[in-house]
Design a protein around this ligand. Sequence first.
Ligand code: SF4
Length: 82
Amino acid sequence: MDGDDVPRRFVTQDEWGGWVMRRLDDGWCAALDRDTMRCTIYARRPDNCRVFEMGDSDCQRERLLYYTPANALTPDARKTSQ
Ligand code: SF4
């Protein structure tokens, strides 16, 4: 995330000291609007998010893993499904 302009309140350091997007208890990115499922910092999103093409196979996979409203997967359930 070096060189990115992400608001500091949305980032945290991982166990290796790298800067990553902070996640809330539901496992989703802290910058995600839970009601609209839109990025609240779209213009300032990190480079990783810019290269992640919306609707491609990786995106569809993440949506299947996380966005199942009737049966939302917890972060622990996600780990075991990989
Ligand atoms: S694009 Fe998604 S993962 Fe990236 S900062 Fe926005 S809400 Fe977070």
